[in-house]
Design a protein around this ligand. Structure first.
Ligand SMILES: [Fe+2]
Length: 316
């Protein structure tokens, strides 16, 4: 095992690309397969309409890994939860700091209406600033991460005014790496999380990227491979190549938000982030409702919750 601390340099490609991608106001093209599908729903609660929506979402997620549906009204909270339940198990939002924005334990109200902040942590979610690319819950084993992220848009930013949910397709990220880099990343993981997967892994026959960009904060890593020719410098070069690949502008896609639009994507096929939103003072703040969907064995998730709760109690 070799380990190290990757320190970002101002002239690293990612330092430039990150700003270029996340501060761009012009919208990125929608991902393949994400042309909005119309799916009418009747007055709430429309049980049959939600059933039809589940089928549309499943088809899109199984095919392209992302799906966008045009709706003509907001789903009620119960409908949104039923919809998420059709895809798996809605994952509880347990972070005590987020509770003011959580409804029914699983719906997160993402209103980008606070001024941009230097805080690089959770508060970013609620500011008009950008959110760096990440795999959702990147510190957990892949089997315990949310499988899908489901959103409905309440208030959309204007087209080409920023505020998009941005997606980086993992297969495009992998395609920008050499086989040697990919091999190194498949044996390297973040050393600051308790039980993270390696940065690159195979799951259901696909390359999965597990990475959370912390914008220039030193990145502790450990390389678990047994190839004696791999050096620490080479691991760090592979990590820089990964960061640059995630932020390569040609690969970035964006959700074309409009009021009531419903979108879902697969956390094993896309990293996601958020472009800077229009200033809250302009009255065009972006507002989404989000549900994380777990698609594995609910008993495993319950066990993970229990141990997380135990850990919280110990640290409190
Ligand atoms: Fe996220």
């Amino acid at each position: 095992v070799i380990s190290g601390l990757l320190v970002e340099r101002p002239d690293d490609p990612v330092a430039v690309l990150r700003q270029q991608v996340l501060r761009r106001r012009a919208w990125y093209p929608a991902p393949d397969g994400a042309a909005p599908v119309p799916c009418p729903v009747g007055p709430p609660p429309d049980v049959d309409g939600v059933e039809r929506l589940v089928a549309v979402l499943r088809t899109g997620l199984d095919g392209d890994g992302v799906v966008v549906v045009a709706l003509d009204r907001q789903l009620g909270s119960a409908e949104l939860v039923v919809l998420a339940t059709g895809l798996g198990t809605p994952q509880q939002q347990l972070d005590p700091r987020l509770q003011p924005w959580v409804e029914d334990g699983v719906i997160l109200h993402l209103r980008a209406d606070e001024a941009e902040s230097d805080d690089r942590a959770w508060r970013l979610l609620f500011t008009e600033g950008y959110v760096m690319f990440h795999t959702e819950l990147a510190g957990r084993p892949i089997a315990l991460q949310p499988r899908h992220l489901l959103f409905q848009c309440v208030d959309a930013p204007d087209r080409d005014a920023g505020g998009q949910t941005l997606l980086a397709p993992m297969d495009a990220v992998r395609a920008r790496l050499t086989d040697r880099q990919a091999g190194i990343l498949a044996a390297t993981r973040h050393a600051g999380f308790a039980d993270p997967p390696t940065f690159l892994s195979r799951f259901d026959g696909r390359d999965v990227v597990t990475y959370k960009d912390a914008e220039g904060e030193p990145l502790p890593w450990e390389h678990l491979g047994d190839d004696p020719t791999v050096t620490a410098a080479e691991v760090e070069d592979a990590l820089r190549a990964l960061q640059a690949a995630v932020y390569h502008p040609a690969g970035v896609r964006g959700i074309p938000w409009e009021r009531h639009l419903l979108a879902a994507f697969d956390n094993r096929r896309f990293l996601h982030g958020r472009a800077c939103s229009p200033p809250a003072a302009s009255g065009a703040a972006r507002y989404l409702r989000e549900v994380r969907v777990f698609a594995g064995d609910p008993a495993e998730l319950e066990a993970a919750y229990a141990s997380a709760a135990a850990a919280d109690t110990r640290s409190a």
